[in-house]
Design a protein around this ligand. Structure first.
Ligand SMILES: [Zn+2]
Length: 376
């Protein structure tokens, strides 16, 4: 019998997920699950408050800036950094970001994936497990870093609770609740505020709307490089137009990354880049992403890339990262890599899940028998 991690019928998707956005007609079921999860979560938050990590050791002498750019719904095979024929990430390529092939997402919704990848929670564990696990902010704070989570996402719905709980671990968090940030590049003033504060060691996570639908709202229409676009908020446009709109979103992300690199290139700095999940762009008649589709490569595979400044190259062995870049990995390595590469030690940090360790363990290949068109 074929074993899939999640059901793939509409009913199963509703039962495993909690997205109002995907199935408005199932609103009563969604309410039931929200209510049930709210009670569960109250208990778990109570438990999280008593989470104590007391063996963090950090002895690095030089100040360092660690940045994690987390975009949304971006597929690596649409980035020129990964060989896509359209120049969607010209800057990242030129700046020398090291791309990892392939990384599997923790989950295929923002709500579930983000708390998972920011903590030591493992992919496949019950999604509320993140509440019992330290986040990168927990660890870096213990190591004496100033930590911040800056997000272009509004996080106003109950289903985004996971992101806000983890963001609360940081010294500073910002969500775009008043919609002050229209394009991701408008996060830069918030980023600068953190970068310029007096603390010499910083961890800054910056979360984008990135390539999340509605694509046309992610870039200035007059800047569109590829046309015609998928017009009128319609998901039934021709696939070519859908892809044009999608690809234009990636240029905005590339520009944001360029601005960040320019600000830190002379410092002892490392930038990590990933996406929370992927996206269907018409394959098998499917579009967007939804819970329960981790078993499809379009939504289950994400980019992961690393940039190391010249000063940071004195502390980080680039050859080790290059040695690891072709290993199959999962979101699980993000927590351990960011902490371990920064020189932080703790019993909760696993070197076998760090890109700065020769012993990085490769994940199983889940898409060996992957068929390009999963349906029809
Ligand atoms: Zn997302």
């Amino acid at each position: 019998m074929k074993k899939v991690k999640y059901g793939s019928s509409e009913k199963d998707i509703v039962n495993t997920g909690r997205g109002f956005d995907i199935m408005p007609e199932k609103i009563y079921e969604n309410f039931y699950h929200l209510f049930k999860n709210k009670i569960e979560m109250k208990y778990m938050i109570y438990k999280r408050n008593s989470l104590e990590i007391n063996d963090v050791v950090y002895n690095e002498k030089e100040d360092q800036i660690i940045i994690f750019v987390l975009t949304d719904a971006l597929r690596p095979d649409h980035m020129s950094l990964y060989g896509y024929e359209r120049e969607t990430t010209p800057y990242m390529k030129q700046a020398g970001f090291i791309p990892f092939n392939d990384m599997y997402a923790c989950e295929t919704s923002t709500t579930r994936s983000v708390p998972c990848l920011l903590t030591s929670m493992k992919r496949g564990e019950n999604f509320l497990t993140y509440l019992e696990k330290p986040s990168i902010f927990t660890i870096f704070k213990k190591a004496g870093f100033y930590t911040a989570f800056i997000s272009a996402q509004s996080s106003i719905s109950t289903s985004d609770t996971g992101q806000t709980i983890i963001a609360d671990d940081a010294d500073y968090s910002f969500f775009n609740i008043n919609f002050d940030v229209q394009y991701d590049t408008e996060l830069l003033p918030y980023f600068d505020n953190i970068l310029n504060n007096s603390n010499p060691n910083k961890l800054i996570a910056i979360q984008l709307n990135g390539s999340h639908w509605d694509y046309n709202t992610r870039f200035k229409l007059e800047d569109a490089e590829w046309k015609p676009l998928c017009e009128n908020f319609a998901l039934d446009c021709p696939v070519e137009n859908l892809v044009n709109s999608y690809d234009n979103t990636i240029l905005t992300t590339d520009t944001l990354v360029k601005n960040i690199v320019e600000r830190v290139k002379d410092k002892n700095a490392v930038i990590y880049f990933s996406s929370d999940h992927g996206q269907f762009l018409g394959e098998g008649g499917l579009r967007m992403h939804a819970q329960g589709r981790l078993n499809f490569k379009e939504t289950g595979v994400v980019p992961f890339a690393v940039w190391v400044s010249d000063k940071a190259k004195k502390h980080i062995n680039i050859d080790t990262i290059l040695h690891n870049k072709d290993k199959i990995t999962t979101h699980d390595i993000i927590f351990h890599s960011i902490s371990s590469c920064a020189g932080i030690k703790s019993s909760v940090i696993d070197k076998n899940l760090s890109i700065c360790s020769e012993s990085l363990i490769e994940a199983p290949d889940e898409f060996k028998n992957y068929i390009k068109k999963p349906r029809n």
